[in-house]
Design a protein around this ligand. Structure first.
Ligand code: FES
Ligand code: FES
Length: 159
């Protein structure tokens, strides 16, 4: 076992872990943060996407020990003071989901798109979401959700 201390959604989490434990399993099973999903075993679906020091990463492709001393944000960490993050509101308002399985990873990746480019074109949104697969929506409403969030975040200056 190895000691790790990882800041998860602003709370420091110190645990003993197997060196081979994947970050996604640390989040889901050790911490009980099951909003981060596992949708494949080939690092392709993006359902497991979280922010690691602000960068979107596939948490199934990292070991927990690689996040030692670093900061992770999961879907559970986006809402603040009982209020949804603008990206969550966008998915709500524009029906950017059907079954919802891809949604946590999609929202985290979408947050990074706007972090890097507050006013992305549709093509830039689609390119930014290339690592996230959705088997239900056809992506059209997901793009609208991101555009809605971009508009709201620009209005609020909340970036
Ligand atoms: S679970 Fe599919 S990319 Fe991580
Ligand atoms: S809403 Fe079902 S996989 Fe995206």
């Amino acid at each position: 076992m190895t000691s790790v201390t990882i800041s998860v959604n602003g709370t420091s989490q110190a645990r003993q872990v197997e060196p081979r434990l994947l970050l996604v399993h640390f989040l889901r099973e050790t911490l009980g943060l099951t909003g981060t999903h596992v949708g494949c075993d080939t690092s392709q679906c993006g359902a497991c996407t979280v922010l690691l020091d602000g960068e979107a990463v596939k948490s199934c492709s990292l070991f927990a020990v690689q996040a030692d001393g670093r900061s992770v944000t999961t879907i559970e960490g986006l809402a603040k003071d009982g209020k949804l993050h603008p990206m969550q509101e966008g998915f709500w308002e524009k029906h950017g989901l059907q079954c919802g399985f891809c949604t946590p990873g999609m929202i985290i990746s979408a947050c990074q798109i706007l972090e890097r480019n507050p006013n992305p074109s549709e093509a830039e949104i689609r390119r930014g979401l290339e690592g996230n697969m959705c088997r239900c929506t056809g992506y059209a409403n997901i793009v609208k959700a991101v555009q809605h969030a971009a508009g709201n975040m620009a209005d609020r200056g909340a970036r």
